[in-house]
Design a protein. Structure first.
Length: 162
């Protein structure tokens, strides 16, 4: 269900013909998203949607999703939006982001959507938005702007770093 949340159209051509499998495999290896129970709901060239059901242990003292959780989910949505456009034999790293918390993240489900604004060979500018759904109604709770770095010659692999 989309809850009326705007979804950007695919506007870019990926550089890797295996972009979808690459993004999904990387997300599956991301420990923090697994730890908090986030799931990759959808990915398209230059875009990504991640969903996270509410659990009490993801909350702050008022019972809302913690800002750190919100930030992590929207950062990953923007990061995977950018990664979907990167060439083979590369990986992605966030080098900067700014997030505005617009409303308390008080809901049963968080939905984060990342979108590439400007792709580049080395740097990609992305944006992300997060909504919480409460009683079936989406509330825009955060917006982010992000800079991603393409790590050339460093494939996103299953090998653990020593």
């Amino acid at each position: 269900m989309n809850y009326g949340i705007p979804r950007p159209a695919a506007r870019f051509e990926p550089r890797d013909p295996q972009w979808d499998e690459k993004v999904r495999a990387s997300f599956a290896r991301q420990g923090v998203m697994g730890l908090i129970g986030a799931e990759l709901a959808d990915v398209w060239p230059g875009g990504c949607e991640i969903r996270l059901p509410y659990r009490e242990n993801l909350s702050q003292q008022h019972g809302f999703f913690h800002a750190g959780i919100t930030s992590a989910v929207v950062d990953s949505a923007g990061g995977y939006a950018g990664f979907s456009l990167m060439a083979p034999n590369t990986s992605v790293l966030t080098v900067e982001f700014k997030i505005n918390l617009l409303a308390p993240a008080d809901g049963d489900l968080m939905i984060a959507v990342g979108e590439v604004v400007k792709p580049g060979r080395n740097l990609i500018i992305a944006r992300g938005d997060a909504w919480v759904v409460k009683h079936g109604k989406p509330i825009h709770c955060a917006m982010m702007q992000q800079t991603l770095m393409t790590m050339h010659g460093k494939p996103d692999s299953e090998e653990k770093k020593q």
